[in-house]
Design a protein around this ligand. Structure first.
Ligand SMILES: O=C(O)CCC(=O)C(=O)O
Length: 310
């Protein structure tokens, strides 16, 4: 059964993933079913969870706030501080250190990201709530980490300017963002402004004019960056002009994880996560590496593309 409309749940009682326990939760926590206008009115008032179609979405916990949408749309990126716990950070650093120094001590499917410990980041609820809002149904395109000591940098400025390429077509219509290819960065160490965190040219994801060469240089005063505590996450649309820059702090490296997502019907990168890494993940995480299609008329799962098929 698929009814069009918006379902409402009291915040504390909505937990779980997209598929499991859905009907049970409907039974215990549904408190209304409304058409779109009424839904948005109630959402503002009660800070509750909205499902667009009961077959389609289950948002866990807190949804993307109006303030986060405003900032993401305005600047093209969003920083959420201290998303990861101290023990999660330690576990991720341990995996990274082992991959760098003694990979053979790990089982083969944990020697590359997002396998092993890092796999919990694939569908981290804080990130998923944002991605479902700005991308809809998502696939993962890539996952890697960087370990930068002083002088080690990243790619030069790239991205920016409004365009119609579906992989880079940032848009916002009627209150709904479509971010296209989207990057999620987890910073595992503290980053202070100017130390070498990713640089962003705010607003350039929807710029109407070509970026002048002087502002495609990392010393352009239009670039901005961030300070954040360990465990923070930065989400940005890849159509935002952004750049890597050399790390400056001799007292600690930049250790950051770069995960990349796209709408389920779109792909930009040649797939880079090896099959044995994907197949070492639990099925619900493998699903983020499903093929690039949206709908199969008459197929299982109500025709939706929900499973990794190898
Ligand atoms: O290295 C960085 O800080 C930026 C990485 C980057 O350019 C990207 O994720 O597309």
């Amino acid at each position: 059964m698929s009814r069009k409309g918006y379902r409402f749940f009291q915040k504390p009682s909505v937990v779980g993933d997209q598929q499991n326990g859905f009907h049970q939760q409907l039974a215990i926590s549904e408190c209304g079913f409304h058409r779109k206008e009424k839904a948005f009115e109630l959402k503002e008032k009660f800070d509750i969870i909205v499902l667009e179609d009961q077959q389609h979405y289950l948002l866990e916990g807190v949804i993307m706030t109006e303030e986060q949408k405003f900032i993401f749309d305005l600047k093209g990126y969003l920083l959420i501080p201290e998303v990861l716990t101290t023990s999660e950070i330690t576990a991720l650093k341990t995996q990274i250190e082992t991959i760098r120094t003694d990979p053979e001590s790990l089982p083969p499917h944990e020697r590359r990201f997002p396998g092993g410990t890092a796999s919990f980041l694939i569908d981290h609820p804080v990130v998923m709530n944002i991605l479902r809002e700005i991308l809809g149904e998502v696939r993962m395109e890539s996952s890697w980490f960087t370990y930068r000591t002083v002088g080690n940098g990243g790619p030069p400025p790239h991205g920016g300017v409004r365009n119609v390429n579906p992989n880079f077509n940032y848009q916002c219509h009627d209150g709904k963002i479509y971010s296209a290819l989207t990057r999620v960065v987890f910073e595992l160490n503290e980053v202070k402004a100017g130390e070498g965190g990713t640089l962003f040219l705010p607003g350039s994801h929807k710029a109407n004019f070509r970026i002048p060469e002087t502002h495609r240089q990392t010393d352009s005063p239009l670039f901005e960056t961030y300070s954040c505590p360990p465990g923070s996450v930065i989400i940005f649309t890849e159509n935002l002009c952004h750049s890597g820059v050399a790390w400056q702090n001799p007292d600690r490296p930049r250790i950051a994880i770069f995960n990349c997502y796209n709408f389920v019907g779109c792909q930009f990168h040649k797939p880079s996560v090896p099959k044995h890494i994907i197949e070492g993940l639990p099925p619900e995480k493998q699903a983020y590496f499903r093929n690039v299609w949206v709908w199969h008329q008459g197929g299982p799962d109500n025709g939706k593309n929900l499973r990794y098929e190898g």
